[in-house]
Ligand binder design. Sequence first.
Ligand code: GLN
Length: 479
Amino acid sequence: MDLKHTTIHALSNELNAGKISSLELCQAYLKNIDARDNEIGAFLEIDREHMLAAAQEADSRRAAGKTLSAYDGIPIAVKDNICVKDERCSCASKILEPVKSPYDATAVAALKKQGFIPFGRLNMDEFAMGSSCENSAFKTTRNPLDTSRVPGGSSGGSAACVAADFAPAALGSDTGGSIRQPAAFCGVVGVKPTYGRVSRYGLVAFASSLDQIGPLCNDAEDAGIILDAISGFDPHDSTSLPDAAGGFADAARKGLETGSLAGLKFGLPKEYFTGGLDAGVAKVMDETIAKVKALGGQIVDVSLPHTKYAVAVYYIIATAEASANLARFDGIRYGSRQDANGLVDTYYKSRGAGFGDEVKRRILLGTYVLSSGYYDAYYLRAQRVRTLIRKDFEEAFKHCDLLLTPVTPQTAFKFNEKSDPLQMYLSDIFTIALNLSGHCGISIPAGIDGATGMPVAAQIMAPAMGEATMLSAAAAFMK
Ligand code: GLN
């Protein structure tokens, strides 16, 4: 069967109509992987035997009329910082290379409960720190649309996996754009849920107040299907929201059915449309705005004045949290340990050999901004500006239902093009504020950049808990 950009809902129909078995489906995806992953490098590891055994179990359940859900037997791939029981979980870092997950992340357990088959771990920037996957300790992942270009990051393996049809969907994580930016670079759909919507239990923490797990997939309905499965309150995550979640796939279906944006007000934050946008991206954004209007959507101008501080604030708060979160990787309790003379030497040598340059840079930066004398000047101040950034969004949402912006200022860049860390950090300028504010956002393919031939994406952002409206609008737009 043709798996090109095949959706979970289409596969579910085929499976439930008996047109294909889960075993055949999994074999077909493995065939794609065998044909091309040598070149693409999306996967760090694939668990074939388990995948095929799980597929056979799903087929038996279906034959007996006992499917776990309409999606029983559909494979899904998982970013390497999300725990899948008994599989390795290295965060693409040498320091965690030997580690196997003792339990399933809540999101993974939720997918398994519906019969989804998590079968492989996807490459990423080490500890999710990066925007190109070039910070992986283990391998290079290439953009399936142009292998001389990066797939984005940090969930670059997840985006490449979906774009190359190695799986219909993948889980990623987004701390400052790591789902939306690679989705944009590879021409797939990616969602960062509202902070607290999806449990972080079993996601290796980078910056705990910003991290969220979310889907990368082929359309808005699939994003809804996965969000329906993985969102909801979890006693294992103290920041998980008590609000009832669900109805996301239905909302997307409704949007697709009507194909209309009538009644929706889209705010254009003027700070996201000033210079700095590549001409090809600006052109697609103009076309996107025209299309939104043609579909009945209303456009209003809004302002997010403190967004200009978002990158600076992020690199204080995210690094501060990372320096605390990564302190546990010390060569003592788990992970790799270097031979050394005594305890402190063990820390030094294990961390020195285990962490890559970017991770060390962040730990140094984060430790610095938290140290006495600098805490007030940097960390505390950044927290205050974070509040201003969040208030900007709340003010903007008083005047519109959704915000419409680009995801990135330029399309997928070439390898080694951004060797200066600051240049790399600035490529997340349109995604980072949303993690600081906690609201939700989706990246959807919107057109092609004439100069590079690479996809350009639009970002739709919604108020907290606004995923249903956001997915419905995304589905209508993508129709
Ligand atoms: N690129 C950003 C960073 O390096 C965001 C990463 C992420 O969202 N995990 O921190």
